[in-house]
Design a protein around this ligand. Structure first.
Ligand SMILES: [Zn+2]
Length: 279
């Protein structure tokens, strides 16, 4: 490892936060974009032949040298990101996602009938969940996650990532999407290019549900849709209208719930919108 690289490492370690940082030498390339915080997605670039590991687990590097990983809502781990060049040169960076505070809402006096759906609905919801989980496990070679994301609609944001309701003292699943106000039929655009992994018009909770693969485990999910203009297997371009806003499933009114995943890890879409593409 050259001394100029060591100096860059020291500079990087003292940077409080970064949206894009880089250092290079002849055998290595190390650039990261994204926020090291709970719910954050990190996009990195290195030389395509380099090996990337996160806490010892190999992360796929695309032909362009792009790779990605993310932190869950309540992630309290410490990560070692190691980039190893073909000649054995190695760079290690410690990443500690910063802790966030989420909006917790306590609600008392909710009737049992609302809290406990019937067994048939429970079975359907479990089947839906299996299908969604299976789709999100897919790791494709696509590298669209590295090209930046756009908001899928123009509506006002009405719900944020991480918020949680506690009914009668029982915490419900946190909200993982970014909710946008909208009218039924409003066009929904692909936030990034990709392949349609799943379209189911009538899931129990989430109604019309679409998942788009952006590559290497990064996917968008849209909930409560009223219509789809694409089908499973279709290639879509960033900005292409793929679906229509709705209130299908258990939605109180028409809105778009947009989610981002890195495999099973639920990412904050608001942070993904701030990602700067790397060159
Ligand atoms: Zn929502």
């Amino acid at each position: 490892m050259g001394s100029s690289l060591n100096k860059s490492l020291v500079a990087l370690a003292f940077a409080a936060s970064f949206s894009a940082s880089a250092f290079h030498n002849t055998s290595q390339k190390f650039e990261l974009s994204g926020e090291i915080k709970q719910g954050g997605l990190i996009v990195g670039k290195t030389l395509p032949n380099n090996t990337v590991t996160l806490n010892g687990k190999v992360i796929t590097v695309s032909r362009n040298g792009d790779y990605t990983f993310g932190f869950s809502r309540d992630d309290k781990q410490r990560y070692q990101l190691v980039i190893t060049a073909v000649n054995g040169d190695r760079v290690t960076k410690t990443l500690i996602p910063s802790i966030r505070e989420y909006n917790i809402q306590r609600i008392e006096g909710i009737k049992k009938s609302i809290m406990q759906p019937n067994p048939k609905s429970v079975a359907r919801a479990q089947q839906d969940s299996k299908q969604v989980k299976a789709a999100r496990k897919i790791s494709s070679e696509l590298g669209y996650f590295a090209q930046g994301f756009i908001a899928p609609i123009k509506g006002t944001i009405t719900g944020v990532y991480g918020s949680q309701r506690v009914y009668n003292g029982v915490p419900k699943n946190p909200h993982f999407g970014l909710d946008y106000a909208g009218k039924t039929g409003d066009p929904v655009k692909a936030p990034a290019s990709g392949t349609v992994l799943l379209w189911v018009p009538d899931m129990f909770y989430s109604g019309g549900t679409m998942i788009i693969d952006h590559g290497q485990g990064v996917s968008s999910t849209f909930l409560h849709l009223s219509n789809s203009y694409v089908k499973q297997g279709d290639q879509v371009k960033q900005g292409q209208v793929v679906a229509a806003v709705g209130k299908s499933g258990r939605a109180t009114g028409p809105h778009l719930d947009w989610r981002i995943n890195w495999f099973g890890v639920k990412i904050d879409p608001a942070l993904v919108l701030k990602l700067q593409p790397l060159d």
